[in-house]
Design a protein around this ligand. Structure first.
Ligand SMILES: [Mg+2]
Length: 446
């Protein structure tokens, strides 16, 4: 490995004006401007690491400030030392004796951790000259597991067990890698049903994605039951009953309300209800899951799950049938790997959350590693896909026939194009300055 030292870390606030077209709208987030805190880690050898965490516009300035507060823990460090004991570096970032008070391991400080940790993984993959999924696949079981901090989860999985699982599932790895390179990994689309879209637009998009080969579709629900019934009926008319339909309430309901509401949608053969209630309500999710099971509807959540401990509880309580890791939340790759191990052990498939800026770019790597090296299957698993903001990345996702094709460029696919940064850095980017001038958005006030 390159003997590089981290000389600098930079963070940028990038925002895209997605609210103008109601893209990304749901029951709780009615005007999101898809954004991110974008971290660049600079070394003395020319290698850089690019990482990010996803945000919705306002508040990104708080996350960037948290990143700056954490940079002191990585600046000046030798990369060889970091990657030979990555779990300790992860713990240093999440357990700084003063900083942890504003978490711990949740909220803004954990989003900032994710951005920095993701940049460190991108740097590692670039140094090794491999896409991240391949780096993960090629690490020995001991090396891979050494990146995980098992604190608070040893009652479900230990380091030794994780190594043993990887070793026992190693058979067939090469064949699975070949299958992956040839066929890619199955995707579903959420593009068809953002909350703010008209019926006509929903219909047209269903047709478009059917033609593109998609067989699973997700729609936003939760504001008006009559409208939801109408919308599900409309979508079923276009996609038929052979294809899968999932619904997503983005946390809007009470527990009882969720149960009653989703039962009313059962006639549309719903595969899962996503985020029915508060992301912290483990027992509420368990209750909803139990009530909806007879209807063949599973509960899915995870995009706002705070950390591995919350995931552990959701999995232990049988509160989720689908585990939706998010690559920009919890503490980045290291912590997400621990969730994959727990989910596998407790028999819950991982179906990553994606769609926001850079999320599709990242989660594909993790799920591909899972397919080749961990679970060894894509059965009952699928990656979310939304065709938005990919044009801003140097190595964007490549989805063919509703399958993510494996990235080949080194890194974690999270490096933005220079031009996109120049345009969308907030508030001084060219595009934002133009929109302020035109009165499309108000100028920010301090
Ligand atoms: Mg969702």
């Amino acid at each position: 490995m390159e003997n590089a030292t981290i000389t600098d870390a930079i963070v940028k606030d990038l925002r895209f004006p997605t609210s103008l077209n109601a893209d990304g709208t749901d029951a709780m987030h009615t005007d999101p401007n898809y954004s991110c805190a974008y971290v660049i880690i600079v070394t003395n050898t020319g290698f850089e690491g690019h990482g990010m965490t996803f945000t919705l516009g306002r508040g990104t300035e708080v996350v960037t400030q948290a990143c700056k507060s954490l940079f002191r823990l990585v600046k000046g460090r030798n990369v060889k030392e970091i990657y030979s004991d990555f779990a300790s570096v992860w713990r240093a970032l999440t357990s700084d004796s003063q900083m942890r008070w504003i978490g711990p391991e949740k909220g803004v400080s954990h989003l900032a951790t994710a951005a920095i940790i993701n940049a460190l993984w991108d740097l590692w993959a670039r140094i090794e000259g491999k896409p991240l999924w391949k780096l993960l696949v090629d690490l020995t079981p001991e090396q891979l597991v050494s990146t995980i901090d098992f604190r608070y989860i040893t009652d479900v999985i230990t380091k030794d067990e994780a190594v043993a699982i990887l070793k026992s599932n190693a058979q067939g790895k090469e064949e699975r890698e070949k299958v992956l390179l040839k066929k890619g990994y199955p995707a579903y689309t959420t593009q068809v049903g953002w909350m703010g879209y008209s019926d006509e637009k929903v219909k047209d998009l269903c047709k478009k994605y059917l033609e593109l080969g998609f067989t699973a579709f997700k729609v936003k629900v939760g504001i008006n039951l009559k409208e939801d019934i109408k919308r599900c009926r409309l979508i079923r008319e276009v996609i038929g009953y052979k294809n899968k339909l999932m619904v997503d309430a983005n946390q809007i309901w009470e527990v009882e309300e969720a149960i009653d509401w989703v039962k009313r949608l059962a006639e549309f053969k719903i595969t899962w209800i996503e985020e029915p209630t508060s992301p912290d309500d483990v027992l509420g999710h368990a209750r909803i899951a139990a009530e909806l099971e007879p209807y063949g509807i599973g509960v899915a959540t995870g995009e706002m799950c705070a950390n591995r401990v919350m995931f552990k509880q959701l999995l232990q309580a049988r509160a989720i049938k689908y585990c939706q890791i998010d690559s920009a939340r919890i503490g980045g790759v290291n912590e997400i790997l621990s969730v994959y191990f727990m989910a596998l052990k407790l028999g819950v498939p991982v179906c990553p959350h994606a769609g926001g800026v850079g999320l599709c770019e990242m989660v594909q790597h993790l799920q591909m590693w899972d397919f080749v090296a961990l679970s060894g299957t894509s059965e009952n698993r699928v990656i979310e896909y939304v065709d938005q903001q990919h044009e801003h990345f140097e190595d964007p996702t490549n989805v063919q026939n509703a399958h993510y094709m494996p990235p080949t460029a080194p890194g974690y696919s999270t490096k933005f194009k220079k031009q996109s940064v120049a345009e969308y850095e907030y508030p001084n980017g060219v595009a934002w300055q133009h929109m302020f001038k035109e009165g499309i958005f108000p100028e920010p006030v301090d």
